[in-house]
Design a protein around this ligand. Structure first.
Ligand code: 13P
Ligand code: SF4
Length: 309
């Protein structure tokens, strides 16, 4: 397998250099895609890193909203999403028209939008958040203001609990994380009583309740690196295991359930990356009017102090 892919890897590296392109892979991508990527990370972190480089072309191995974020932060560059059909069902659960209708009925609400959303929805938002900074973003909103979070009900539920602020939210969810049941987590804990349970806040509240730590994907890397524990049960998409194992050779990682696979995150393979660089398609663009407003919501998030209390 490894050997058969070598000419393909060389071809991709050659094309990357010829196109002055950078290859980004989200933490949930297939192992072989993460392995060849210039940068791996969470969706926003990748787009921020790409914006700092001098690359003319950004190849985003992830899903559509992530490539849009790269286009929002890097105007004037070409953003490629090797698989046009790689979408995010949670991001698709709310449209710009849905959010515009909500805003009409609740003109005073502060709309906090998870980066797992379309550019159009971001453009209609006051401030964005990631799973890593959502609590701080909500805490930075003046007390007494009505706060509406979209699109993830599970993230909103967890943020409400940790921040102590009262929220309302859109009823969206990630179908992959939603599949992690309390029963599966209880079973995993029984099988590995020594292991720490770390979960993503996109998981259902009853699962989050059981966890030793609730973390974004980027947060999981830091937590497992620093923790003296030797064994972890991981409640997020299983692509994360690749780097966790690579960075922590002395530690053991178990997926909380074998159902934790996001089909969209697994679509992109090395052939797709090669084809995309060869044909310079599919290109993801964001209309300028939407881009400017979506960037304002991302900038509002970046202006929130990390330790807002
Ligand atoms: P993060 O990498 O931002 O934690 O996001 C998780 C996710 O579900 C991305 O699709
Ligand atoms: Fe969307 Fe969930 Fe897949 Fe992430 S893991 S891309 S939130 S469906």
């Amino acid at each position: 397998m490894e050997k058969a892919q070598d000419p393909l890897r060389a071809e991709i590296r050659g094309l990357l250099s010829r196109r002055n392109a950078i290859l980004l892979a989200h933490n949930y991508q297939r192992d072989e895609v993460q392995e060849i990527a210039d940068i791996t990370g969470d969706s926003l972190g990748l787009s921020q890193e790409a914006a700092k480089t001098k690359a003319d072309v950004i190849v985003f191995c992830g899903v559509h909203f992530m490539a849009e974020s790269a286009a929002i932060l890097s105007p004037g560059r070409t953003v490629l999403l090797p698989r046009e059909d790689a979408g995010c069902p949670m991001a698709d659960m709310i449209t710009g028209a849905d959010l515009a209708a909500y805003r009409k009925e609740h003109p005073d609400a502060v709309v906090v939008t998870y980066v797992n959303s379309s550019a159009e929805v971001k453009a209609l938002s006051d401030v964005c958040c990631t799973s890593g900074n959502a609590v701080n973003v909500v805490r930075s909103i003046p007390p007494g203001r009505e706060i509406f979070m979209v699109p993830d009900r599970n993230l909103a539920h967890w943020v409400q609990k940790v921040s102590g602020r009262r929220l309302t939210w859109w009823d969206g969810y990630c179908p992959t994380h939603e599949r992690l049941t309390l029963e599966a987590v209880v079973k995993a804990r029984e099988a590995r009583p020594e292991a720490l349970l770390i979960v993503h806040p996109e998981c259902p509240p009853e699962v989050v309740e059981m966890a030793d730590a609730v973390l974004s994907t980027a947060g999981m890397y830091g937590y497992c690196r620093r923790s003296p524990a030797r064994e972890f049960i991981v409640g997020t998409e299983m692509g994360i295991l690749y780097r966790l194992r690579k960075e922590n050779p002395g530690k053991r990682f178990h997926i909380a359930s074998r159902t934790l696979i996001c089909p969209n995150m697994k679509l992109t393979n090395l052939e797709d990356v090669r084809d995309s660089l060869e044909t310079m398609s599919p290109v993801v663009t964001v209309p300028e009017g939407i881009r400017v407003r979506a960037k304002a919501a991302l900038d509002a998030m970046l202006a929130v102090p990390r330790d807002a209390a």
